[in-house]
Design a protein around this ligand. Structure first.
Ligand code: FMN
Length: 394
């Protein structure tokens, strides 16, 4: 199938495939929705100087994260309740990510069990292009060109709940199914004001109950009974406890929602080796319009990152945005809504084709710029595009 390529076209089309409350839940944001828009614009403020004279014949998307090899610097961001988008739910999207060599982050609020998601992810990573029914010829050829290079990682996103045992069990199960890193979301002491959800009286939890009952599928990641207590967030974050729990299970801890030097420094206080990795995110503009865009935050923090690993998300609308984020120092770039839009539009197949296309265009973009791989773009190559006509260093 033909999936629109740019996030704005993709999302516009996906909205028509969902009922209004579901579309507003997935593609809306907090307050006036301005930060969500500014996130997209943020990446467009940069240009990258090319390196034609040392240009390799073809770039590779391969990179490293915490010393481990990844075949792409791309990961699907944690997004709750994916069964609302497509009956295949999280396993369907994890499969698509596996096929394209993306990483996949399981949300605490996944509508399916972790074992089902991890099985699907692994299957995606090893399935042959020929075995995927309905894949068009171009994407089949592209996928064949990724042969042997489809290694991404499965991560888990964690909301700390009032019930500490719940988080421990979630991490235990995560370790059992092979998640490599766990991202504690630090930016939601309250949920942001999502007025459209309020107008509709939309509760994703209630919707998921209907979807799962009607399809008789296995239950959500947060356990049977859809108990609200199990997902009620703790009033205070136990950062040390989280880092400790991760280390005990051999999982790398990440803090998701770092946007300021204050938080980066507070995070470093917990940075006994192995370190905690920052995930620069404003929750896709779902918390407050007053927060900085992620492009702004990354360019502000990048000197303080000292070349260490970090993840960024928010407003990555096409591979040129991802290249900017990588050039600004991100090791891994996460994508939320556009992937969800492809999934809403045409299920597993559309999501698979979108991710294959995204990866191949990223490689093409790096080749056009003359860089061998994401890590090779030198910091001095990134410039802020000044509307006034003069370029400036970031
Ligand atoms: C519908 C929806 C649900 C989300 N659910 C979660 C979640 O469960 N946990 C979390 O840490 N972030 C969640 N996020 C935030 C994403 O992980 C990510 O930070 C954001 O979507 C990135 O911006 P983008 O959508 O512009 O790519 C959600 C975002 C959306 C749009």
């Amino acid at each position: 199938m033909t999936v629109p390529w740019l996030a704005r076209d993709l999302i516009a089309e996906a909205v028509g495939h969902l009922d209004e409350p579901a579309a507003d839940y997935f593609f809306g944001a907090a307050d006036r929705g301005e930060l969500m828009q500014r996130n997209y614009q943020g990446w467009q403020r940069f240009s990258i100087a090319p390196a034609y004279l040392s240009r390799p014949p073809r770039a590779s998307s391969g990179t490293t994260f915490l010393g481990r090899h990844l075949d792409t610097p791309l990961v699907v961001a944690p997004v709750a309740f994916q069964s609302i988008l497509d009956p295949a739910g999280e396993p369907g999207l994890a499969f698509a990510a596996g096929v394209a060599g993306f990483g996949y982050t399981i949300s605490t609020r996944s509508s399916r069990r972790l074992s089902a998601i991890s099985d699907a992810f692994e299957l995606g990573q090893c399935i042959d292009a020929a075995e995927i029914d309905g894949l068009d010829e171009d994407h089949r050829t592209l996928l064949e060109s990724f042969a042997g290079q489809r290694h991404g990682e499965l991560w888990l996103q964690v909301y700390q709940t009032k019930d500490h045992d719940f988080v421990s069990q979630l991490l235990d199960t995560g370790a059992e199914v092979g998640v490599k890193a766990a991202a504690l979301t630090i930016d939601t002491p309250y949920l942001g004001a999502r007025y459209r959800d309020r107008i509709h009286g939309f509760s994703p939890m209630d919707r998921i109950k209907e979807v799962l009952t009607s399809q008789d599928q296995d239950g959500p990641a947060f356990g049977d009974g859809f108990s609200r207590e199990a997902i009620d967030q703790a009033t205070e974050l136990d950062l040390d406890g989280f880092v400790h729990d991760c280390h005990e299970r051999g999982i790398n801890p990440i803090f998701k929602g770092v946007l300021s030097l204050v938080d980066l420094e507070a995070m470093r206080e917990r940075a006994t080796p192995p370190p905690v990795t920052p995930w620069i995110s404003n929750h896709g503009g779902r918390q407050s319009d007053l927060l900085p865009t992620t492009a702004e935050a990354l360019s502000l923090l990048r000197d303080s990152l000292g070349g260490g690993d970090c993840i960024v998300d928010g407003g990555i609308g096409d591979p040129t945005d991802a290249v900017c984020a990588l050039a600004l120092g991100a090791s891994v770039v996460a994508i939320g809504r556009p992937v969800m839009a492809a999934y809403a539009l045409g299920g597993v197949l559309a999501a698979t084709e979108y991710l294959i296309e995204f990866r191949s265009q990223l490689v093409r973009q790096l080749t056009i710029l003359g860089y061998a791989s994401p890590r090779q773009i030198e910091p001095r190559a990134v410039r802020l595009r000044l509307e006034q006509g003069r370029a400036a260093d970031v």
